[in-house]
Design a protein around this ligand. Structure first.
Ligand code: GLN
Ligand code: ZN
Length: 757
């Protein structure tokens, strides 16, 4: 049996690509140096995979920012406004990814969206009527040749035509249909060029196949591939899917001339059933995604080998594969020095997953793997008690009743009470919570962690920062203030550290978007609050001002979604445990005089199941109540805010309203305010603060620009319900652009108040 890796992390074991790219952005190094670092990394990644024994290794899974953007560039999908900047190829690429403001012009970045049900973000390609889709660029072949020169045969990966058609945004008159034949021609040309290079395998990633597909979708997919597959002569085509099963199109897929089909056995609940029902043809390879590419627990060899045995018995030729790209797990356990082996024994990051693939390959070739040492060790791991249960937590959860999920009085009444007692101006201004995490802030935290400064010094530094931040917000005239979140490294890790049941890694970074990485904690056991978490900082910040200080918490759904979850209990149970812990904190803040409390649910949308039929039962039915449980105990006059990144919740607006918050702020500027119409249609009750400018880019919005956005909003949202705020927290921004942007925001607020007097 052979093994395959769908994709490998590209940021580097110690985030080398991130640091090099950021230096390049700051103009501290030349493009050539960045490209050299990238090349070095690719070499390490390929050789690591090769040395591990992997048989099918990807190329072109490397990216300077995002693989969807790479595929767009490969197809010549570059909007005119970026071409017009007249920048180098690399800088045009970065302009699309990050926006550009400089001597050559001023353009915003392309929209960014969550990649299916992950915390990775892709850049949304834009098609304009005059765009000609045509194979351009040489990255794919350059990388293939680069690997080849190292003696490594790789399979280039690109996003397939169907998924690309679905992911693009069509900004003018033309629709996907109008581009279909151009797409088909470009992919034909792609295959032909791969033939010229004598490439053995090409991997077309088609994750959109795991979403609901109707008849037209199926016809579209078949049309595309029936047209392009005949161009593959010697080149073998691997149709790769992940993040679920392909139930709507399985029957068609297996009859198409793909040389290999990659199926997900981890998230694909129906994968086994589909194979059982329809079989799998003898003339194809089944790339069986059995090693989880998304979570960090060791593979259960017994289970995996049983499935492989079953496939084998059916005469199916299979290649053992990861369930998705390893991009979604950290690189290696090697740098984890603090966690004891008792924990580490259960974990497997990208490098360890390579080893697992190889061990499974070895075992599958043994006559009786049950007696092999590696098998027995693995079996023991799963048989042992992991020491992760807490009886008090289980007991408390069992006592929660239906009424604990309901906040009284009802929202319309609360809103009246709050208007009076909080006495905010019309169109209140606020920010989402964090202020720039400048170098001094990071240095202070790092010095404290290393024991170089005392706790008192650490706290005093943060207090000085808070005081500065509060004074500054007062000075520019914001209405609802924040303390700036200087004490937080990350909105999930910070909370996890004060919660029982969480474990932390040192270097287990996962790419979130571009150069931004996150270090998700691991939920090891039952969760409870060990001690108050934010009360000290919020109370201190409130003591500095007569304005309202907003308390700032992370919600249970986000804490869970941005952690590596347990696999031994349900997500529902884990979320409810976290909800009770956050509830304790909410009530403590209220008791200590905090009148507005924001409970961030930045990640609520991202784990929405990919199939609509699963939305409610497998997610919303417990995610929304969990949020309600965190705040249902507060008084009517305490205002509860929530914040969500990405306003792509058009389809679940009623559920968002059911969270029963008083105010919600969300990302809107980068997605063209499309959501506002839906809010109106659904009579959305929660007050709203759709972000008026994009914080993912260093660009400073002008007053006119903000006013313009506000006027559009006012055309759709009741003036009494509108808040004015940026899209998201400001922690990744520099102070200079933050100051300029927020001053413009306050000026715009003043003007809009005058206009609406
Ligand atoms: N309160 C958090 C902050 O401002 C929210 C971050 C987020 O939504 N990702 O940083
Ligand atoms: Zn956000």
């Amino acid at each position: 049996m052979q093994t395959s890796v769908i994709g490998f992390p590209r940021i580097g074991t110690l985030r080398e690509l991130k640091f090099a790219s950021e230096k390049y952005f700051r103009k501290e190094i030349e493009a050539a140096q960045l490209l050299e670092t990238a090349k070095e990394l690719r070499k390490v990644h390929w050789t690591t995979q090769k040395n591990s024994g992997a048989d099918y290794i990807s190329c072109n899974d490397f990216s300077h920012y995002d693989i969807t953007l790479d595929t767009a560039v490969l197809l010549g999908i570059i909007p005119k406004r970026y071409k017009d900047l007249g920048l180098s190829e690399l800088d045009t690429y970065f302009a699309m990814a990050r926006g550009y403001q400089g001597d050559c012009g001023d353009v915003k970045a392309l929209a960014m969206k969550k990649w299916y049900n992950t915390n990775y973000h892709y850049i949304v390609p834009e098609l304009e009527d005059e765009t000609t889709i045509k194979l351009s660029g040489s990255k794919l072949w350059d990388e293939y040749s680069e690997a080849k020169s190292l003696g490594i045969e790789t399979k280039p990966v690109v996003i397939g035509a169907y998924t690309m058609l679905k992911l693009c945004r069509y900004t003018e008159k033309k629709t996907a249909d109008d581009y279909l034949s151009d797409f088909i021609n470009a992919y034909k040309a792609l295959i032909e060029k791969c033939e010229e290079y004598q490439i053995e395998w090409i991997q077309f990633d088609e994750p959109s196949l795991v979403q609901d597909m109707d008849k037209d979708d199926i016809a579209l997919f078949c049309k595309i591939y029936n047209n392009i597959l005949p161009y593959a002569k010697k080149c073998k085509i691997l149709l790769q899917t992940y993040f679920g099963d392909v139930r709507d199109i399985y029957a068609e897929l297996i009859n198409m001339p793909f040389a290999g089909i990659g199926l997900d056995f981890i998230e694909g609940k129906e994968t086994c059933r589909l194979i059982e029902k329809y079989g799998f043809p003898q003339d194809k390879l089944l790339f069986a995604g059995l090693v989880n590419g998304k979570n960090i627990w060791r593979n259960n060899y017994d289970k995996t080998l049983q499935i492989l045995d079953l496939l084998n018995k059916k005469g199916i030729k299979s290649v053992l594969s990861t369930s998705c790209s390893l991009l979604h797990v950290p690189y290696t356990l090697k740098h984890e020095k603090k966690l004891s082996d008792e924990y580490l024994a259960y974990f497997s990051f990208a490098e360890e997953k390579l080893a697992e693939l190889n061990e499974l390959k070895t075992l599958s070739e043994c006559k009786d793997y049950h007696s092999e040492e590696i098998f027995k060790n693995n079996e023991k791991l799963f048989a042992e008690n992991r020491n992760c249960e807490n009886a008090d937590v289980k007991n408390r959860l069992s006592l929660v009743t239906d009424s604990d999920y309901i906040r009284l009085p009802k929202r319309s009444e609360r809103q009246k009470i709050q208007k009076e007692i909080l006495a905010l101006p019309k169109f209140p201004t606020t920010t989402i919570g964090s202020f720039p995490q400048t170098n001094d802030v990071k240095a202070n935290r790092s010095a404290y962690r290393k024991g170089e400064i005392s706790e008192k010094e650490y706290i005093n530094f943060n207090k000085a920062k808070i005081a500065e931040c509060v004074a500054w917000q007062e000075e520019i005239g914001l209405d609802v203030l924040v303390h700036g979140e200087y004490e937080r490294n990350d909105m999930v890790e910070y909370f996890g550290e004060s919660l029982g049941g969480f474990l932390f890694t040192e270097k287990a970074w996962v790419q979130s978007y571009g150069t931004r990485c996150v270090k998700p904690p691991v939920i090891w056991g039952d969760v409870y609050r060990k001690k108050p978490i934010t009360v000290y900082w919020s109370v201190y910040a409130q003591s500095l001002t007569t304005k309202i200080m907003k308390g700032m918490l992370t919600g249970p759904v986000t804490i869970l979604n941005w952690s590596f979850p347990r696999e031994d209990i349900s997500i529902r149970e884990s979320i409810s445990q976290i909800a009770l812990a956050i509830r304790d904190e909410v009530l403590d803040l209220e008791k200590n005089g905090i009148r507005i409390i924001q409970i961030d649910e930045a990640a609520l949308r991202e784990k929405l199941p990919l199939r609509k039929s699963d939305w409610y039962n497998e997610y919303l039915s417990f995610a929304i109540p969990a949020f309600c449980l965190t705040h249902s105990g507060v008084k009517a006059q305490t205002q509860i805010h929530t914040h969500m990144c990405y306003s792509e919740f058009t389809d679940i607006i009623p559920s968002i309203d059911d969270m029963d918050a008083d105010v919600i702020t969300f990302e809107a500027s980068r997605s063209d305010l499309q959501i506002l119409d839906s809010l109106r249609e659904h009579n959305f009750e929660t007050e709203v603060g759709p972000g008026v400018y994009d914080i993912h880019s260093p660009r400073v919005p002008s007053v006119e620009e903000i006013l313009n956005v506000l006027n559009i909003m006012l055309g759709k949202i009741d003036g009494d319900k509108l808040w004015i705020n940026p899209d998201c927290g400001l922690k990744t921004r520099a102070m200079s652009e933050t100051e300029a942007s927020l001053k413009n925001l306050v000026k715009a607020a003043k003007q809009i108040r005058k206009q609406n007097d």
